[in-house]
Design a binder for this molecule. Structure first.
Ligand code: CAP
Ligand code: MG
Length: 466
């Protein structure tokens, strides 16, 4: 065990000029009972120190035992470049790890992750672990182009200088033909005051026998262009190009480019970091809308200690880390969780909005976090989605601000008076939210409005209605 302790920083040690010299991670662990029993005489403090040091070792230059250290062993550089565990919180078993930036190939996120979160979750001496945050140094940030459009670039392309964007995923998720989806797009885009912004493919709608990618693109864009001419409002289609074959994804993207699409949608966890980096570096005239299907198997941990205080029982990486990775990799909008959504966000959605949109992000005092200087990396739209309906819009805009894409699938298509009324209810909700007109008062004065009908059915806040 002793070999690892040189990966433990001296007490009160702090990395010098971290944004130039180090990548920092922030972790919490639970020690394994067996390791505790075996180390009878050793104090828990000692074992915690060894565990923190071992994690720094395993994720940088070390291994579990002494190895050949003679000529040609690389041991000198390995010692010089080793990561150091520091800032140990002995009460909550939390600590940070500082990795010299020279340990990394700056423009290679897959290599970086294989290091900092590669093997550590497999270590027997820990029974649970959560990575709360990562802070990237300038050298790594500057190795990536970041979002091509970001918030302002999308606003310019849509001619929408302010206000949230509204988009809908057809529900049922799968079932419509390409023609039927295009019909729905027409209704969404032209109902009410014709201001509805977008339609989005669901995560499992790719190119299916009854709804192929090419036909869907052709028919939806035909309706989209017609609606733009009719309503004089720019529209967008978050069309799902996700495929495990990058060449197919590129072919899909090029077809969207031919239709002058504003966006392409990628499921960034299912396709992976390399896919996002590769598609961004192709520099297509398409913004990346990042959906995050499967993230729950990485980010969820319902332990009491999910924000530091209390025990944890799982192995997880927070959505804060994923949000930073995808902003860096260059997505233009990201599903980041939402207040009042059907999905668990541990109240992190509002901080994730800051992670995506601040230039110099400060740590949040209620969530273990490190902050981040973003240099040239543009701010990114947050997408609020998941069980949202018109009655939620007031709170979503209050918490997440106006640079938010609000997605309502069931929350529009389930309106008691039908799809057109669903569009009107959301147009009304958005106008009130932006003007900060309290919904309850307005609904009292407009009991026969589409918004009132939606609120009568769903109220305010998350609901599961069948
Ligand atoms: C929402 C949704 C989205 C989730 C994604 C769904 O539909 O289409 O994929 O919101 O979750 O399939 O559930 P509804 P997150 O609007 O009908 O709920 O944004 O948390 O990544
Ligand atoms: Mg979905």
């Amino acid at each position: 065990m002793a070999v690892q302790l040189n990966y433990l920083a001296p007490k009160r040690w702090k990395p010098r000029n971290p944004d130039e010299n180090y990548l920092i991670t922030f972790l919490k662990i639970e020690l394994d009972e067996t390791a505790l029993k075996e180390a009878k005489k050793k104090s828990k403090i000692k074992i915690f120190e060894e565990a923190a040091a071992s994690i720094a070792a395993e994720s940088s230059t070390g291994t579990w035992t002494k190895v050949y250290a003679g000529k040609g062993s690389g041991i000198l550089r390995a010692t010089k470049e080793r990561a150091l565990a520091f800032d140990l919180d002995y009460k909550n078993f939390m600590f940070k790890v500082a990795y010299p930036v020279t340990l990394f190939e700056p423009d290679n996120i897959s290599g970086l992750l294989a290091g900092i979160v590669g093997n550590i979750a497999g270590m027997k001496m820990v029974r649970a672990m959560r990575m709360f945050d990562v802070r990237f140094p300038r050298k790594i940030i500057q190795a990536f182009p970041g979002p091509k459009y970001g918030i302002n670039g999308i606003r310019k392309r849509l001619g929408k200088p302010c206000g949230p964007l509204l988009v809908t995923v057809p529900k049922p998720k799968i079932g419509r033909t390409a023609k039927e989806q295009a019909n729905l797009a027409r209704i969404l885009f032209t109902s009410g005051r014709g201001t509805y912004d977008g339609i989005k493919d669901d995560e499992n709608l790719t190119s299916l026998s009854f709804n192929t990618f090419d036909e869907r693109v052709r028919l939806v864009f035909k309706e989209l262009k017609a609606a733009e001419n009719k309503t004089k409002h720019k529209k967008f289609y978050l069309c799902n190009i996700s495929h495990s074959n990058l060449d197919v994804m590129e072919k899909h993207a090029k077809l969207l480019q031919k239709h002058d699409s504003v966006f392409m949608m990628m499921d960034v966890i299912c396709t992976g970091f390399a896919a996002v980096d590769t598609m961004r570096r192709k520099n297509l005239s398409l913004a990346i809308h990042a959906h995050r299907a499967m993230h729950g198997f990485i980010t969820r941990d319902n332990s009491p200690g999910v924000h530091g205080k209390g025990r944890i029982f799982g192995f997880s990486i927070s959505m804060i880390v994923l949000a930073k990775l995808f902003r860096l990799l260059g997505v233009d909008s990201l599903h980041g969780g939402s207040p009042l959504a059907k999905m668990e966000d541990y109240g992190e959605a509002s901080y994730i909005q800051h992670v995506l949109q601040e230039k110099n992000l400060k740590p949040d005092h209620s969530i273990p976090s490190l902050g981040q200087k973003w240099f040239h990396i543009k701010p990114v739209w947050i997408t609020a989605s998941g069980g949202l309906h018109p009655g939620d819009v007031e709170e979503v805009v209050r918490v997440l601000g106006e640079d938010v894409i609000i997605q309502c699938g069931g929350g529009l298509l389930g309106h008691p008076w039908g799809v057109e009324a669903g569009v009107c209810a959301l147009e009304q909700a958005l106008e009130l939210a932006v003007k900060k007109i309290p919904f309850k008062q307005w609904v009292k004065k407009h009991p026969n409005s589409e918004l009132a009908a939606a609120i009568k059915l769903w109220g305010y806040g998350p609901r599961i209605v069948y």
